[in-house]
Design a protein around this ligand. Structure first.
Ligand code: AMP
Ligand code: MG
Length: 336
């Protein structure tokens, strides 16, 4: 395939390899998803899953994309934020490949990688990112040499909230896509429905969000005998409206005119539609990458690694420690 930068993603459920060429053409990612048998994600079990799959997944990725060791010119990995045990597996594989192949190593900020793969894929230039994933919910925009967090969840991530609600109804992880299906099927049969028929809290606080109250209230509506489809629909309406409201205020505040969606929840057609409608009303543009680049993937890590290596040196071995609580605005943005 020629020269490529390989990226490794391992912040949470997903262990994934991907690559980009030096001019930014992305490969497909090869990924393995940890699905807990019961309950939520167990960091050590997820890390065990990642280490068990690492070898075979890398071989499959190289084979599928016809990449040989000689083609790989650098290794990028997620340095944070994420679950420590999971991050450590990705970092260890990255260090090993870097040593073995004698190629540069670059540690990247996972949240910033969502922005850069979005810019790469959609052609937007200076967006507000609405980053809605399992563990993260943030509204981010570039200010000077940083991507600043303008608003974020004060408790759990929106995807985590959807997954937990689904799990309580006996729906397996990931629950978000199933909730979307139940919501849209119910709404097709009840097109005139009003959210006040299934009231839930509206959880915007200043520029921030929270989702645990919404989760509890949705469960209460189920306990009171509301139909699952109706509660799924109302839950989506409330949670997505809150996110899109904060995103709109971020556009107004920064004067930017592009809204980019990223993270697994950005696969949802309803949050896309709400974003598009909001942007239309203020002559802005809403955009998002293909689903395979919304969810966590190794290709986005490779893309940010590529951008960083264009303008700065690779990291040294002793600088390759993971940082589970790495903040979006910690990373200095030196690339265009
Ligand atoms: P990520 O953490 O970015 O890899 O994304 C995983 C999260 O995205 C999980 O919480 C999923 O439930 C959620 N997700 C994936 N597809 C959808 C969808 N169509 N609607 C809502 N949530 C989704
Ligand atoms: Mg993510």
């Amino acid at each position: 395939m020629g020269d490529v930068i390989v990226g490794i993603e391992s912040t949470a459920h997903t262990f994934s390899f991907g690559s980009v060429t030096h001019d930014g053409a992305p490969s497909n990612s090869t990924s393995a998803l940890y699905r807990p048998e019961t309950g939520g994600i167990h960091p050590r079990e997820a890390a065990d899953h990642h280490s068990q799959h690492a070898h075979d997944l890398l071989q499959k990725f190289l084979q599928d994309n016809q990449i040989s060791n000689d083609d790989i010119t650098a290794i990028a990995f997620s340095q944070g934020p994420g679950l420590g045990p999971c991050l450590r597996i990705g970092a260890t594989v990255a260090r090993t490949l870097s040593e073995q192949l004698e190629i540069p190593l670059v540690g990247v900020n996972h949240c910033v990688a969502h922005i850069e793969i979005g810019r790469n894929q959609t052609g937007c230039d200076d967006p507000v990112l609405l980053y809605v994933s399992g563990g993260n919910t943030q509204v981010i925009a570039r200010a000077g040499d940083r991507y600043k967090v303008i608003g974020e969840t004060l408790d759990i991530g929106i995807g985590n909230m959807l997954d937990k609600f689904a799990r309580n109804q006996g729906i397996a992880f990931p629950g978000g896509p199933k909730i979307e299906k139940l919501a849209s099927e119910w709404h097709a049969l009840n097109p005139d429905a009003d959210v006040s028929d299934c009231p839930l809290p509206y959880s915007v606080q200043g520029m921030d969000l929270n989702f645990s109250g919404l989760l509890n209230a949705a469960q209460l509506r189920i306990n009171e005998g509301k139909e699952l489809g109706q509660v799924c629909w109302s839950l989506q309406e409330h949670a997505f409206t809150a996110c899109v409201e904060v995103a709109e205020r971020a556009l107004a505040h920064t004067g930017k005119t592009e809204l980019l969606l990223g993270g697994g929840v950005a696969c949802n057609e309803r949050i896309r539609e709400m974003s598009r409608l909001m942007c239309e009303q203020r002559s802005a543009e809403a955009t998002w990458p293909e689903k395979r680049f919304c969810v966590d993937n190794g290709t986005m890590i490779a893309e940010l690694g590529r951008r960083m290596l264009e303008v700065s040196s690779p990291i040294l071995y002793h600088e390759s420690d993971i940082n589970p609580s790495l903040r979006t605005d910690h990373t200095i943005v030196e690339w265009d």
